[in-house]
Design a protein around this ligand. Structure first.
Ligand SMILES: NC(=O)C1=CN([C@@H]2O[C@H](COP(=O)(O)OP(=O)(O)OC[C@H]3O[C@@H](n4cnc5c(N)ncnc54)[C@H](OP(=O)(O)O)[C@@H]3O)[C@@H](O)[C@H]2O)C=CC1
Ligand SMILES: CC(C)(CO)C(=O)C(=O)O
Length: 305
């Protein structure tokens, strides 16, 4: 099955290179811009051990296609989802869609547009575009069913799985989505506000204490949604990511520095919204404040305030 990756960023490029190296048929599609003619770009992924993998990746903008027959993999930033769902729906037919993005509720635009099979993947990797694409896996990335045709998670995971970018089917994806959203609510607010790299939580006890406070708040909201998670497991995963991505900057900080929109609306702000809908806004005061400050910092960088 052909794999169409939409979103030629840090994750999309790394995935395209590693899939092609494993002999899979891949096209990288630009979704946020039109009129990019079909061309081949040489991309290089550098792994943690210094090994580099180079591949010639076929790239084109989405508007050149009337029909996408294959697996659709979304690796764009989630704030473009509303527009992309609308643009993609007439082109995708019954093709399954798997969303490789952080955040809560990012699948909603695709459910509203009645995509035939909607799956989500929770990313436990880090990837950063410099001269080369610096890619580090943390753990195999679970893929689970969200809406439409069920039971495809193992097939999708097998199609995407390669030795360096691992995927696995997951029957119960919601707790994993919440776990990662809570971890991101820590990284994507604290690191940009302190202007510091992801390693801060394993290096600094006070920063870890702030993380613990956010985890406790967010877990209370998850519990209201029927999702029960262990605070110790989340803290352990947060520290594992912090150690493995020491020196790397979280996407929200990179986005702020590049004067781009951020995904904070689907993290702290989404959790605060869910709490408010349950009349429980008092549970998430710190999470909400950190989210609002991050949003203001992003607006300030773009000189919008
Ligand atoms: N990088 C990482 O280490 C990790 C990233 N993630 C998540 O993976 C997803 C992809 O992240 P990443 O690859 O880092 O993102 P990038 O910032 O590298 O951008 C990915 C793509 O998003 C699209 N995009 C960017 N700005 C806009 C905009 N204003 N409007 C519409 N589309 C836009 C572009 O797509 P196009 O090429 O189609 O024009 C771009 O290539 C995100 O949800 C992120 O949170 C999760 C874990 C780790
Ligand atoms: C928390 C982290 C680093 C884990 O992969 C991430 O999700 C990101 O860079 O956006």
């Amino acid at each position: 099955m052909h794999i169409f990756i939409i979103g030629a960023g840090a994750i999309g490029k790394a995935l395209a290179v590693l899939l092609q190296q494993a002999g899979k048929a891949v096209t990288l599609l630009r979704g946020s811009t039109n009129d990019v003619p079909a061309h081949t770009q040489q991309l290089q992924v550098t792994l943690a051990d210094g090994q580099t993998i180079t591949a010639e990746i076929r790239t084109q903008s989405l508007d050149h296609f009337t029909h996408l027959n294959g697996l659709i993999v979304l690796t764009s930033k989630s704030f473009g989802n509303e527009r992309l769902a609308h643009l993609l729906r007439p082109k995708t037919g019954n093709a399954p869609l798997v969303i490789l993005q952080n955040g809560l509720g990012v699948e909603q635009p695709f459910i509203r547009e009645h995509f035939t099979a909607v799956y989500r993947c929770v990313l436990f990797v880090t990837s950063q575009v410099e001269n080369t694409i610096r890619f580090k896996p943390v753990a195999p990335c679970p893929i689970g069913h969200i809406d439409g045709t069920p039971g495809l998670e193992d097939d999708i995971a097998a199609l995407l799985d390669t030795p360096h970018f691992r995927f696995r089917g997951e029957k119960n994806i919601q707790p994993v989505i919440w776990k990662k959203a809570i971890i991101n609510s820590v990284f994507n607010s604290v690191c940009p506000l302190l202007e510091v790299d992801n390693g801060i939580f394993h290096r600094n006890a006070e920063a870890l204490n702030i993380a613990r406070g956010i985890i406790t708040e967010c877990l209370a909201v998850a519990a209201l949604q029927g999702v029960t998670l262990s605070p110790a497991a989340i803290e352990e995963n947060l520290l594992q990511i912090s150690r493995l991505s020491d020196g790397q900057l979280i996407s929200t900080l990179q986005d702020i520095r590049r004067q781009r929109d951020t995904e904070i609306d689907t993290l702290n702000i989404a959790i605060a919204r869910i709490a408010a809908e349950q009349g429980a806004e008092a549970l998430v005061k710190a999470t909400s404040l950190l989210g609002e400050l991050t949003k203001l910092k992003s607006l300030q960088a773009r000189q919008a305030i």
